[in-house]
Write a protein that binds this ligand. Structure first.
Ligand code: FEO
Length: 396
């Protein structure tokens, strides 16, 4: 048990080995943590648990710290298995302990575990006395990022247990935000936002404004992944407001896949043209078949313009580009520009397909696309640079 503040303790699990999360969907280069908290006031309250593979270890460690029968309430802020996964193991020991959660979480918890535990549903503004004059106040966080998500706030200590919101997949032996490398921390925080929360950006802003309007003093934000924000905790709230507002940096990203290097040569020379037009803009190139998809999506999140490149194959585009564009569509990025490019030998549908997918994903097309038959020669290489120059100009 690691002290967080007064009678609040971290009882979670640091997962240094994790490299893939949500199946294979999310890369976790720096591992993750599953944060669970124990509040030991007159009442003893457990807030969230850990991922299922660590259930036994979690319950054993909890038992080493307290008699499990002392737990008066369990709060489950979100039913996803990385936070509720130890419930079956724990509830075998204390089957009658009430579980406080949202109405939707009853569905997700029953759906996952098929158990009829003593669920007590709570909604925004509901309070639970924990003794010594302190209360837990519940705040629904619907769609941040599941319909069952909620947060809870401990009065007196002024700690917001925010669950996934404000989290990072970031394993560290240090518990607090001021103790870790700030560059690593914010890289993981923005990647988390870009890959998980972007589709819900309009709700993020609305919910944050709603919480701020409650004028609750916040000393600590304790999310369910990564470090706890104790040093200037509102800095991550401000970042979320910034990220939720159709975020972009002065960056143009080129995403491409290539078969015989033709489309790669186009990408290099388009980049050269952009640079010539705008020496200040950050230009990044990624071969989508060779780069981690979640890192790519983070770069798309940061971009004002994205160029999509693929040769034509079987009257369509290469699979890595199709996959990344599908992922981009799902994340519902807003306010970004796009253009497409690619080589072909025979039928040449690739660029049209890229245009279609980029538009479907909500991008504004700023060029008809650069479509090149066979390998680029010296003339085409200069055409690619001119195309890049126009993209640079239209992206300003
Ligand atoms: Fe960390 Fe939505 O689970």
């Amino acid at each position: 048990m690691i002290p967080v503040k007064n009678n609040i303790f971290w009882v979670g699990k640091t997962d240094w080995e994790l490299r893939r999360f949500h199946g294979d969907e999310y890369s976790t280069h720096r591992g993750s943590t599953y944060n669970s908290y124990l509040i030991k006031e007159e009442k003893t309250v457990l807030v969230d648990t850990v991922w299922k593979p660590f259930a036994r270890e979690f319950v054993d460690r909890l038992r080493a710290g307290i008699n499990l029968d002392q737990i008066d309430f369990i709060v489950i802020n979100h039913g996803e298995i990385d936070h509720s996964g130890a419930l079956p193991e724990l509830m075998e020991q204390i089957p009658d302990t009430p579980i406080y959660c949202s109405e939707n979480a009853v569905q997700s918890l029953k759906g996952h575990y098929h158990q009829d535990w003593d669920f007590r549903t709570v909604k925004t503004g509901d309070r639970l006395e924990v003794g010594n004059g302190k209360e837990l106040v519940f705040v629904e966080m619907k769609m941040l990022h599941w319909p069952d998500s909620q947060a809870c706030y401990l009065t007196g200590d002024e700690v917001l247990f925010s669950n996934d919101a404000f989290g990072q997949h970031y394993a560290t032996e240090r518990l607090f935000n001021d103790q870790v490398d700030q560059c690593e921390l914010f890289q993981e925080a923005i990647k988390y936002y870009a890959n998980i929360l972007t589709p819900f950006s309009p709700l993020v802003e609305k919910k944050i404004r709603e919480i701020l309007a409650l004028e609750l003093p916040i000393d600590i934000i304790a999310p369910s992944h990564g470090v706890i924000w104790r040093d200037n905790p509102t800095q991550i709230v401000e970042k979320y407001l910034e990220w939720a507002g159709n975020y972009q940096e002065n960056q143009i990203t080129l995403l491409y896949d290539t078969m015989w290097e033709g489309t790669r040569i186009l990408a290099d020379n388009i980049a050269r043209g952009i640079k010539k037009e705008d020496p200040e803009v950050e230009i990044k190139l990624f071969n989508t078949a060779k780069t981690d998809k979640n890192d790519i999506l983070t770069e798309v999140f940061k971009s004002k313009t994205v160029l999509f490149g693929s040769p034509t194959i079987n009257r369509t585009i290469l699979m890595s580009m199709a996959a990344i564009l599908d992922g981009i569509e799902g994340l519902k990025f807003k306010g970004k520009k796009a253009a497409a490019f690619g080589c072909y030998g025979w039928s040449g549908e690739g660029v049209g397909k890229l245009n279609e997918m980029a538009m479907k994903a909500g991008f504004e097309l700023i060029e008809n696309g650069l479509k090149v038959k066979w390998m680029p020669d010296a003339r085409v290489i200069e055409e690619a640079a001119a195309f890049g120059k126009r993209v640079g100009e239209k992206s300003k």
